[in-house]
Design a protein around this ligand. Structure first.
Ligand code: ATP
Ligand code: MG
Length: 243
């Protein structure tokens, strides 16, 4: 479970201070997919990086399975798998070697890492290229390896920032099926995506973030019903254009 309360964050540049998140609050429960949606620059990645302990909040708190992201950052990282939209995999190492490296970073025994890699290779259909140098893979292949890296330690909480970017329709289905299976297995999944049709299919509850503030949060079905909109795309336009 991920609980974000009154999260504020600004970035200071030489000339100014840019307030990016203003008292953002939401909760993502176990056994559900929570969608954090919003236009470019809304602050989604900043919020997700703060949850993953890569950024320190200026105000407010983030708790992952009741661990505080500042006081217990190690425990937060242990129970969280974070796929960032900003990680660019490259280099001579193969996907398998990268996965072994991240498994070791997570203090996993070698044989557990090997078994987990086999499982992930199968889940994401990566068997044919797992031993090729990453620099020679396509964008979609790299994306799947990044997803596998974020999951190597079987985290209870899964935070995916734009997981389907660069993926073809077959791979999108593989990732969507994985997310559904994770949810069915009781995991807490937080998903940020610009593909509203994916969000509509996958998310139980959503929050829409705009200029650092949550405009609405709640069960998708309830939000659609209450706003009289037919789908997430219409709700999104109504909210953002109404601003
Ligand atoms: N390290 C940083 N230093 C300064 N400004 C930053 C930094 N990271 C993000 N920002 C700014 O914070 C704002 C929110 O960025 P963020 O990446 O969180 O948006 P986003 O909702 O993920 O957008 P997108 O949909 O384009 O991925 C933007 O104005 C961005 O320029
Ligand atoms: Mg982003």
């Amino acid at each position: 479970m991920i609980v974000v309360e009154n999260l504020s964050k600004s970035f200071k540049t030489r000339k100014a201070t840019l307030a990016v998140l203003d008292k953002v609050s939401f909760t993502a429960y176990d056994g559900e997919v929570f969608g954090l949606l919003g236009p470019n620059g809304a602050g989604k990645t900043t919020a997700l990086r703060t949850i993953a302990t890569l950024l320190r909040p200026d105000g407010g708190t983030v708790a992952v399975d009741h661990y505080d992201s500042i006081r217990d950052s190690r425990s937060v990282r242990d129970s969280l798998g974070f796929l960032t939209s900003e990680m660019q995999l490259t280099g001579h190492l193969s996907g398998r070697e990268m996965l072994q490296f991240f498994g070791a970073l997570n203090h996993m025994p070698k044989e557990v890492i090997a078994a987990r890699i086999e499982q992930l290779a199968h889940t994401f259909s990566m068997e044919t290229y797992l031993d090729n140098p990453i620099a020679r893979l396509s964008s979609g292949m790299k994306q799947k390896i990044s997803i596998a890296i974020s999951l190597i330690h079987e985290p209870q909480n899964i935070v995916f920032d734009e997981p389907t970017s660069n993926l073809d329709v077959l791979a999108v289905k593989v990732v969507s099926d994985f997310i559904r299976a994770a949810k069915a297995g009781g995991k807490c999944v937080v998903l940020s995506t610009h593909v509203l049709s994916d969000a509509q299919r996958l998310c139980d509850r959503i929050a829409i973030l705009h200029q650092g503030e949550i405009l609405i949060e709640g069960p998708l079905a309830t939000l659609l019903h209450d706003s009289g909109t037919k789908d997430l795309e219409e709700l999104f336009f109504q909210l953002i254009n109404g601003k």
